[in-house]
Design a protein around this ligand. Structure first.
Ligand SMILES: [Zn+2]
Length: 356
């Protein structure tokens, strides 16, 4: 994340002084002298401006070695929309067909550039791309309920049917008529204290859960799309709601049971490794060698390690519980800082051996 995604320092300092909640989620302040980072609205005493460092997200502050403040709890809002943005998101939900223009944003009291920044850093796309995807999802829903493709195109203000079909295919990976009867895999972003995750679930199983900033996410999505003989549709279903509840309970330290099926896409060998991961108890770790041995393949440590790294359902299939022989954390697709925090969450005793 580059500093150019931040407002100017003068603007940020002014927001800190006035505890302006409109900047919640836009930037974080870290204080060099205390090693702690905060939301702009933190009620604690204000630091000296020369001691403050600014970050566009909590991840940046954590990576720079700062600890989250206990009073304003900056991790709690990581990924979830801040209060100032909620009226806009509600307006989008109330009228998903609406085409948003900058003037509409201004008339609601929003600065288009701030909206752009927030959506770029939290969804990796502009607000306009976000609302376009939302509109297309609605069109798909209507087509599946029996609406004619041509009238869906008209509702969406497309001048030609082929223009609509092309935009539909680009966003959803299939044509409107094929989408009518195909089985649906719902894809949505879920907020967690460690950042946004992308989840995909059918009506019967969770198939993907991965951090949105992970590089391998795109290839995992492609693999899923190839193996799934239906459409991927942005939006909610029961399984995704349950996944979101599960994550909430997990990050609260409640050791929740998994109330739904997991169906990761992979080779038979990968499936065996992922199954073995499910046997590593909460709060414990195991080495790659031990994992290979438990599969009856003590010589296949590297292949087991690769399969571990290819796990498409992070956290629920606990690939983070596999560590190096000497207890070092070695690799983690979502980043070592996340692996460290997951292991600390599951086993809060001081873990001197947890070395990134
Ligand atoms: Zn604070």
């Amino acid at each position: 994340m580059s500093p150019s995604q931040l407002p100017s320092e003068a603007t940020m300092w002014k927001a800190v002084l006035s505890r302006d909640s409109a900047f919640d989620g836009i930037f974080f302040t870290a204080v060099k002298t205390t090693g702690i980072f905060c939301r702009p609205t933190c009620p604690a005493r204000k630091p000296k401006p020369e001691h403050v460092e600014y970050f566009p997200d909590a991840k940046g502050a954590l990576l720079a070695g700062y600890r989250p403040c206990k009073r304003c709890r900056p991790m709690a809002i990581c990924g979830s929309p801040p209060p100032w943005l909620k009226p806009l998101l509600q307006a989008v939900e109330a009228d998903p067909q609406k085409r948003w223009r900058d003037a509409d944003l201004r008339s609601l009291g929003y600065s288009p550039s701030r909206i752009r920044r927030w959506f770029q850093s939290h969804h990796g796309m502009s607000f306009h791309a976000f609302s376009r995807a939302r509109r297309m999802g609605t069109a798909l829903g209507q087509i599946r309920l029996g609406k004619k493709v041509s009238s869906a195109a008209m509702d969406q203000d497309y001048e030609s049917l082929s223009g609509f079909q092309e935009a539909f295919r680009k966003l959803l990976g299939t044509t409107p008529s094929r989408a009518r009867s195909a089985p649906v895999l719902h894809v949505n972003r879920l907020a967690t204290p460690l950042g946004l995750m992308l989840a995909a679930a059918s009506d019967s199983a969770l198939m993907l859960l991965e951090f949105c900033d992970r590089r391998a996410l795109e290839s995992q999505l492609r693999r899923l799309q190839r193996s799934w003989k239906g459409v991927l549709l942005p939006g909610e279903n029961l399984l995704l709601e349950q996944s979101s509840d599960w994550l909430q309970a997990y990050f609260d330290g409640r050791k929740p049971a998994v109330p739904f099926a997991l169906k990761p896409v992979g080779t038979p060998f990968q499936q065996r490794v992922w199954q073995a991961l499910l046997d590593i108890p909460y709060g414990e770790t195991c080495s790659y060698g031990q994992l290979a041995e438990s599969l009856g393949k003590p010589a296949a440590v590297r292949a087991v390690g690769r399969a571990n790294g290819a796990n498409p359902i992070a956290i629920l299939i606990p690939c983070h519980r596999v560590v190096g022989k000497d207890g070092r954390l070695t690799g983690y697709g979502g980043g070592l800082w996340r692996k460290k925090r997951l292991l600390e969450l599951e086993n809060p005793r001081p873990q001197a051996e947890l070395q990134a």
